[in-house]
Design a protein around this ligand. Structure first.
Ligand code: SF4
Ligand code: SF4
Length: 233
């Protein structure tokens, strides 16, 4: 396999944006392995993680007042479908030039009680430079906040990686104020997963949809455009 990694990065980015992506970045998986134990060893053959984000439609978020709405649920499903199509196209493009790729579906959550997928998209997204893990324990983009969903494609293609941002939530506490379960705290390490999960289960019954969604701290999170550092990371 012989590729110009810059050209390949740009080609893959172009494919993603032509299909509706809002964000594209590449994480160095070896750096994640050095920093954390969060990458499953079953992905050891891959050195890069492509993270693609698609923003949620403002109109679908506007109706969220005290819990998820059918409009938000439809938007959640629509965006996941767009992300999965993009991931498929990227994987096929990578395989055409002789490299390997594996797609991690946008909505995959293996462990609902700990709200974790087999591979956390937010981890790859953070190392791909999209943002930081906020007080709502979501990936927070400086401009789009948490109003973005992500998909991941792992590959052994030696793409030039992006770098994580040093930004943070700073003094923002919007998600802390809006959460009906009291789950987000000033210190993100104290996020109450059990309280959040119980609230999602309550919403799940009310919504009558096979998704555990809420939307309140997603809708409230508009990032931190000032570049403030400190506070949550
Ligand atoms: S998803 Fe809902 S319940 Fe969970 S932290 Fe966000 S606002 Fe709270
Ligand atoms: S709402 Fe504010 S405090 Fe909460 S995650 Fe977003 S930027 Fe951070």
């Amino acid at each position: 396999m012989k590729t110009d990694t810059c050209v390949t990065y740009d080609v893959l980015r172009q494919i993603a944006f032509s299909m509706g992506a809002s964000l594209f970045g590449v994480a160095d998986l070896d750096r994640i392995r050095e920093d954390t134990d969060l990458l499953n060893p079953c992905y050891d053959a891959y050195s890069r993680g492509i993270s693609v984000g698609v923003t949620l439609d403002e109109a679908a978020l506007a109706g969220i007042v005290d819990g998820p709405t059918p409009e938000y649920c439809r938007e959640y499903i629509r965006v996941n479908a767009v992300l999965d199509s993009i991931a498929r196209a990227l994987a096929e493009a990578i395989e055409r030039i002789g490299a390997s790729a594996v797609r991690i579906p946008a909505s995959e959550v293996v462990d609902w009680e700990r709200l974790r997928g087999h591979l956390p998209h937010k981890l790859i997204g953070r190392y791909a430079g999209h943002g930081w893990i906020g007080r709502n324990i979501l990936l927070v983009h400086p401009h789009f906040g948490a109003r973005v969903r992500y998909v991941t494609v792992l590959t052994d293609l030696p793409l030039e990686p992006d770098s994580p941002t040093e930004r943070s939530c700073g003094t923002c506490m919007r998600c802390v104020a809006v959460c009906p379960a009291g789950a987000p705290k000033e210190d993100p390490k104290r996020f109450d997963l059990r309280a959040c999960f119980n609230k999602l289960a309550e919403f799940n019954e009310r919504l009558d949809e096979p998704h555990f969604i809420c939307g309140l701290c997603v809708s409230a999170c508009r990032g931190n455009k000032t570049g403030e550092k400190g506070g949550a990371t």
